[in-house]
Design a protein. Structure first.
Length: 282
């Protein structure tokens, strides 16, 4: 009866965990019970679990026939469960991942980072002057801009990388298993795509740019003396660099290399870089 305990039922389970319960009639009843319990449908889950227990204790010589309707019911519940799980991790407006997924995944990646031979980069990205977009063109068009920006940010991301909405008009690109130079190239390419997009086709006079702060964590074997960082610390570092990009003229990617803050790409020729300090930043 453990499938009905709330602390288990509320924990999302993937299809593989369901498949391990077996293909027979007993297994199918257990699968349905688990999936229903994960949705809070306790009464229906209990009924299927009772059916499974009855079959187990029936002392039948042969495996009972599995009705096709029951198989279809399991397939339907699996699909609905997977869709509900995915939607719970997505931002409803932009369909990028949400803050909940970002926090969970970033903690996992940082935990794995110590045993990884590659770096981990995150770029905190903010739309420049977005309030003016809403004020001049309206919030509905502002929503369309956010959706299009996410599409542009996600283009050409490497495997395992993803985009998440951090809040409002701020987004995060998480780039696992990259080196520092590649991380800068990816962030700068994303900035360029936004700047060069034909925004005037959405509304005459519309122009959209973004600024980004790129925080890079090198492989553990490259900097053995460097203390491990938390997700909060790396986001704080990215936020500090984002502020530098904003104060240095916007429409730029700021990053740190050789102990200095730099601007990527076309913005690198700007003379004035307003640097902020973050405690513990190497």
């Amino acid at each position: 009866m453990t499938a009905l305990r709330p602390e288990i039922a509320e924990t999302p389970q993937d299809d593989a965990s369901v498949d391990r319960q077996g293909p027979g009639l007993v297994g199918l009843h257990e699968s349905i019970a688990t999936l229903l319990a994960s949705r809070g449908q306790w009464r229906q889950a209990y009924q299927h679990l009772r059916s499974a227990l009855d079959l187990v204790h029936a002392d039948q010589v042969e495996e009972p026939h599995v009705p096709e309707q029951l198989r279809r019911e399991v397939d339907r519940l699996r699909r609905e469960h997977a869709e509900a799980r995915e939607q719970s991790l997505r931002d409803s407006l932009t369909d990028s991942y949400n803050r909940r997924y970002l926090d969970q995944r970033l903690m996992d990646l940082l935990a794995e980072h110590g045993a990884c031979r590659h770096g981990l980069a995150i770029a905190l990205i903010d739309l420049d002057w977005f309030k003016q977009v809403n004020d001049n063109f309206g919030h509905l068009l502002g929503d369309r801009v956010l959706q299009r920006v996410v599409e542009l940010l996600q283009q050409g991301l490497p495997e395992d990388a993803f985009c998440a909405r951090y809040g409002g008009e701020e987004f995060v690109l998480v780039l696992p298993r990259v080196d520092a130079a590649t991380a800068v190239e990816i962030a700068e390419a994303a900035r360029e795509r936004v700047e060069r997009h034909p925004w005037q086709e959405i509304a005459p006079g519309l122009r959209v740019t973004v600024s980004a702060g790129l925080a890079y964590e090198p492989p553990a074997d490259e900097a053995p003396e460097r203390p491990a960082v938390s997700a909060e610390q790396q986001l704080l570092r990215a936020d500090s660099l984002l502020y530098t990009a904003k104060q240095s003229g916007r429409n730029a990617v700021a990053y740190r290399a050789d102990g200095r803050v730099r601007l990527a790409g076309e913005a690198s020729g700007r003379r004035a870089i307003t640097e902020t300090r973050v405690l513990g930043y190497y």
